[in-house]
Design a protein around this ligand. Structure first.
Ligand SMILES: CSC[C@H]1O[C@H](OP(=O)(O)O)[C@H](O)[C@@H]1O
Length: 314
């Protein structure tokens, strides 16, 4: 978790591999390809819930195979092409996030019951500290602010790793956005009392039917949003959408160390000896999701597979 956030994991993982292989000398392109494939497969295993690293690894392994077969490319040129592609990923993620921000701000404003600036709630961290920059759900918040249509943003602390309290709150204060930190346990009271117009969260993996894996706590926020009639949006680049799996039942949920729950830093807060269950993510069923905001548009979960397949000519 030194690097976290689905898009950031993919980009930093691939760039760090490029940095590692670039100064090295390889006797052949086959040796270089084997090094690339081995290291990428290891990186994919590190955080199994998010799909971004897997998609990036598949693309880069496919590139390495093509370059290995291309007799017009030598091993040094193969290394440079690998570096170029990974650097392009970083730039594309930022431009995708700007598009997600614009598409999402439009969708939130259209879904709001009244005109004028809106209040939104977000969960975990989906900003510049989880991506190459600007952010996904937090990109929507930033765009609303740029449009002078953000009255207030609420961010949950996001126990136990506190991505909201530590990272999202930092980004919101840094950007001088009107923001308030709330406890994860406050969401129902917040939606009941504070006239929140929409919830916008990120995603680690969106299945073909629109079921979405995201930070633990997202599912219960979606249930509370449904109860209060508040639109619930997932913001994610196409690199977070996995059309290879039919539903959220097929998404691996990473379980993390008990210590994240029992301690704050070095200070123990839970009784010694208590059992813990610490899934890092949960799956929100498509039925609770109003729309999936991507850089190519906003899709209803029920139409996701058909519309994304058409976009990508699958
Ligand atoms: C745009 S980041 C998506 C996703 O990543 C976070 O998980 P983690 O902090 O464990 O990497 C969280 O689930 C975000 O919603």
């Amino acid at each position: 978790m030194q690097v976290r956030g689905a898009p950031a994991i993919a980009i930093v993982g691939c760039l760090s591999l490029a940095v590692e292989i670039f100064p090295e000398t390889y006797e052949s392109k086959k040796t270089l390809r084997q090094e690339i494939e081995g290291k990428l497969n290891y990186l994919v295993s590190a955080r199994p819930t998010a799909v971004n690293m897997k998609i990036a690894a598949d693309e880069l392994i496919s590139l390495a195979n093509e370059l290995t077969k291309d007799e017009s490319v030598n091993v040094e040129e193969m290394k440079q092409k690998f570096l170029d592609i990974t650097e392009a990923m970083l730039q594309k993620d930022i431009s995708d996030n700007k598009a997600i921000g614009a598409n999402g701000a439009k969708a939130v404003l259209e879904s709001a019951a009244k005109d004028g600036p809106v209040r939104v709630l977000t969960h975990c961290n989906t900003g510049s500290l989880a991506t190459a920059g600007y952010g996904t759900a937090l990109g929507v918040v930033r765009k609303l602010h740029e449009l002078k249509k953000l009255e207030h943003v609420y961010c949950t602390e996001t126990r136990p790793y506190n991505q909201g309290a530590r990272l999202t709150a930092y980004e919101l204060v840094h950007d001088k956005l009107p923001a308030t930190l709330v406890l994860d346990s406050m969401v129902a009271a917040l939606l009941r009392a504070k006239n929140v117009a929409a919830v916008v969260v990120g995603a680690d993996r969106v299945a073909a039917n629109g079921d979405t894996a995201n930070k633990i706590g997202t599912y219960q926020i979606a249930v509370v949003a449904k109860h209060h009639g508040v639109p619930f949006f997932v913001a994610a680049p196409l690199t977070s959408i996995d059309l290879q799996i039919p539903s959220g039942d097929h998404i691996i949920i990473e379980e993390r160390p008990d210590r994240e729950m029992t301690h704050v830093g070095e200070h123990r807060i839970a009784a010694p000896g208590i059992n813990c269950w610490n899934p890092a993510f949960d799956v929100t069923p498509a039925s609770l999701i109003t729309g999936i905001i991507t850089e190519r548009g906003v899709f209803k979960p029920q139409q996701l597979k058909e519309e994304i397949s058409a976009l990508l000519d699958l």
